[in-house]
Design a protein around this ligand. Structure first.
Ligand code: 1GP
Length: 247
């Protein structure tokens, strides 16, 4: 079995110690200013996800990470790839994802075949991750040609999670789409938790309140992702971070 890298090991260790984690998301096309990232780091954020669906090159990722490092930010940077063009050497790890409910073979295996030799050449730590689009789906659902799990049929997420686990994936990211008007449903997270107990479960998409964050954590999420709210209203995003740290 392929062994775990340092980033994954450290996330798992903290999960096993009962912590709930908070991942800040920054899209290099409209990056969060380093001052905002720094505040979240000081507030206890656990990692910075970097990635975007459109208009991102490896150069954008590397220069953004260099800027953050130059400002003394030490958070682990994990690429959350919107596509092949996000793969860049300066990150600490990459969510090596398959979009489980895509109807397009490219997003199931094609992009991964194209990316794998590059990931190996760059020596990036790959975290084997299933990506599941639920509800609205946003740009990720559109670009990834997903057949989203309907919010009313969240139980379907349990079968996807079970399949991900049986296929040897170690992380599952339940995604409603960045900036989604309908946030990621706790019911889908609960179903995914039931279906794949061993999975490190990430939930994101449209999270806007501490209350919703609490419901996602109660449903079994190990980590919450916040992007849009941190861009628009960092104070409110801080409430989500505080909820994760309280859990
Ligand atoms: C998107 O799940 C992430 O891929 C975060 O979504 O931008 O809505 O926080 P938001």
């Amino acid at each position: 079995m392929r062994s775990m890298g340092r980033v994954e090991e450290s996330l798992r260790r903290r999960r096993e110690a009962g912590e709930r984690l908070f991942f800040l998301l920054s899209d290099p096309e409209k990056p969060l200013p380093p001052s905002v990232v720094k505040r979240f780091e000081e507030g206890g954020a656990d990692a910075l996800l970097v990635g975007g669906s459109l208009n991102v090159t490896p150069y954008d990722v590397d220069s953004y990470v260099a800027r953050l490092r130059g400002e003394g930010i030490r958070l682990p940077v994990i690429i959350f790839p919107g596509g092949l063009s996000n793969v860049a050497r300066s990150a600490d790890a990459i969510l090596f994802m398959t979009l489980l409910n895509s109807l397009d073979p490219y997003w199931l295996i094609g992009a991964q075949v194209a990316a794998a030799p590059i990931v190996k050449k760059l020596g990036l730590e790959a975290i084997p991750t299933g990506y599941l689009i639920v509800g609205h789906g946003g740009a990720a659902g559109h670009v990834g040609r997903a057949l989203p799990v309907p919010v009313e049929n969240s139980y379907l997420a349990a079968a996807y999670a079970a399949a991900a686990e049986l296929m040897g994936l170690r992380f599952l990211y339940v995604e409603a789409g960045s900036g989604s008007p309908v946030p990621v449903p706790p019911e889908a997270v609960a179903a995914a938790r039931r279906g794949g107990e061993s999975l490190f479960l990430i939930a994101g998409g449209g999270v806007r309140t501490g209350e919703h964050a609490r419901r996602l954590l109660e449903a079994g999420a190990d980590a919450l992702v916040v992007g849009t709210l941190a861009e628009r209203d960092p104070e409110k995003a801080f409430e989500v971070l505080a909820e994760a740290k309280r859990a």
